[in-house]
Design a protein around this ligand. Structure first.
Ligand code: ZN
Length: 302
């Protein structure tokens, strides 16, 4: 009798967000290309990982090399939208704008990679009721923008729509045509980002290795005897060292309480263990799943 292999997805969002200085920066993008991505690719080849890379398409268009360098390893090229500018978040765009953003970024990434691009993750995981149809109509087959039962949503932007996550299924499912966080009969499959109250992502891993250990162990006990998959989210911009610029914190939120919570607190915590320390913490994650005999796969294999 053959034992069913358990699956761990290590998914990567490739963008120019500067965690240290805030905002989108070309200098950060170049560091991601020259430093973050090579570190990640070396680690993955050491563990024989096949993985999915979600690229911001306007960044990829400017630096096509960042897409081309993942291709020889057999990784999947996927779409993280056209831009990470929060003024174009998917949860505030209508159907038409989402369609155009998806269509344009799909073409850019397919032209560079020569691969069909079928998987999508929304910037900042922000989506709305138009997103499923926009994805289906532009030929996407997989989405990974839902984090079921993730409880830190009030610290993130666009938290109102993310309330839907509380009732989202925990294993991969075909989505409802109007709600990515609900099961339905569409042809679009949701591969949720793992969370156990606390999200299983690079930020948690860096900010609190203690909470990350708890989350990882809970996910292991949940998935080891079920058909659920583990889906960890990391950014190559967590694996770079940047210089701190002396600039005022950009104020993104409208009211003062939200500003304190979402912007100040986040920006203080989020800079922990960036660069090589993050790489070493991440190596421990890979070692854990490897020892448990999980297989590292791409989203388009689910
Ligand atoms: Zn992102």
């Amino acid at each position: 009798m053959t034992e069913m292999k358990k699956i761990c997805l290590l998914t990567n969002d490739v963008e120019t967000t500067s965690i240290l200085n805030g905002g989108l920066r070309n200098e950060t993008g170049i560091k991601v290309w020259k430093e973050g991505l090579p570190r990640l690719l070396d680690l993955y080849s050491e563990f024989n990982v096949k993985s999915t890379f979600f690229f911001i398409a306007d960044f990829a268009q400017e630096f096509p090399e960042i897409v081309k360098m993942v291709l020889p390893y057999g990784h999947e090229v996927a779409c993280h939208g056209l831009t990470h500018d929060y003024k174009f978040s998917f949860d505030i765009m209508d159907y038409e704008s989402q369609f155009l953003h998806l269509q344009k970024s799909k073409i850019i990434l397919e032209d560079i990679s020569g691969q069909e691009v079928v998987s999508f993750r929304a910037p900042a995981l922000r989506v709305n009721q138009f997103t499923p149809k926009a994805l289906i109509d532009t030929g996407f087959k997989f989405d990974s923008s839902v984090a079921p039962q993730r409880l830190d949503i009030f610290l993130t932007l666009g938290s109102k729509n993310k309330l839907q996550w509380l009732g989202a299924p925990r294993n991969p499912y075909f989505v409802n045509e109007k709600n990515l966080a609900r099961k339905g009969s569409s042809i679009l499959k949701e591969v949720p980002v793992s969370s156990f109250g606390i999200p299983y992502i690079g930020t948690t891993m860096r900010v609190s290795p203690f909470l990350n250990n708890i989350t990882r162990n809970l996910l292991y006990f949940e998935t080891k005897n079920s058909n659920k998959v583990v889906n960890f989210l990391i950014h190559p911009n967590e694996l770079i060292e940047e210089e701190k610029l002396d600039e005022k914190l950009e104020r993104r939120s409208g009211n003062i309480l939200k500003y304190l919570l979402a912007d100040v607190l986040r920006s203080k915590l989020k800079v922990r263990n960036l660069g090589v320390p993050a790489l070493e913490l991440y190596r421990m994650e890979l070692l854990f799943w490897k020892k448990k005999n999980y297989e590292f796969k791409r989203i388009n294999e689910i």
